[in-house]
Design a protein around this ligand. Structure first.
Ligand SMILES: [Zn+2]
Ligand SMILES: [Zn+2]
Length: 172
């Protein structure tokens, strides 16, 4: 849990506050390589709390081409909403099982932002992690990393997915 008291801005719609967070939370799905630094602007918009945030951190990932571990910096912004527990929208969400819709709840003027931070970090992870743009990957014959070693295996035509055949027309 990462909790935050929003009593002061709950008094009146339009009030907002800035909250700076810096720590290393436990996130099961990813290994953090740096602390998480977040700046959150919380605004009371009548029935809900709007959160405009930005996060900076770094995670340890495995390169999809050469399989080496590397540190991937992450920096991104997001917008989320927190609704008071028991809000019609939250009840509706549960009923319809909208798993992909992010809606967070709070009660007693306390926001728990752990889940919001966790979900946003996971969403920001690269789909295809690469240690560098020019990573040469592994030799398909001997399996050595072409970034660090030069082997004498016969070189085959590189079938990098970055290059497609120009002018190819699908006749289906
Ligand atoms: Zn690599
Ligand atoms: Zn080789």
């Amino acid at each position: 849990m990462i909790t935050l008291n929003i009593h002061d801005i709950r008094k009146q719609p339009g009030l907002s506050m800035i909250w700076e967070y810096e720590d290393t939370p436990d996130i099961a799905e990813v290994e953090l390589a740096d602390k998480v630094s977040a700046t959150l602007k919380l605004t009371n918009v009548s029935s809900r709390i709007l959160v405009e945030g930005s996060i900076r951190t770094a995670v340890k990932l495995e390169c999809a081409r050469c399989l080496a571990d590397y540190v991937c910096p992450l920096e991104f912004s997001f917008v989320e909403e927190f609704l008071p527990e028991g809000s019609p929208e939250l009840v509706e969400k549960e009923k319809l099982d909208w798993e992909d819709l992010n809606l967070f709840s709070f009660s007693d003027d306390i926001l728990d932002i752990y889940e919001m931070i966790r979900q946003n970090i996971i969403t920001a992870l690269p789909v295809k992690p690469l240690c560098s743009e020019g990573c040469k990957g592994l030799c398909p014959v001997c399996g050595k990393s072409r970034n660090t070693e030069t082997c004498s295996c016969p070189v085959e035509e590189d079938e990098d997915e970055g290059f497609s055949t120009p002018g190819f027309i699908n006749s289906n």
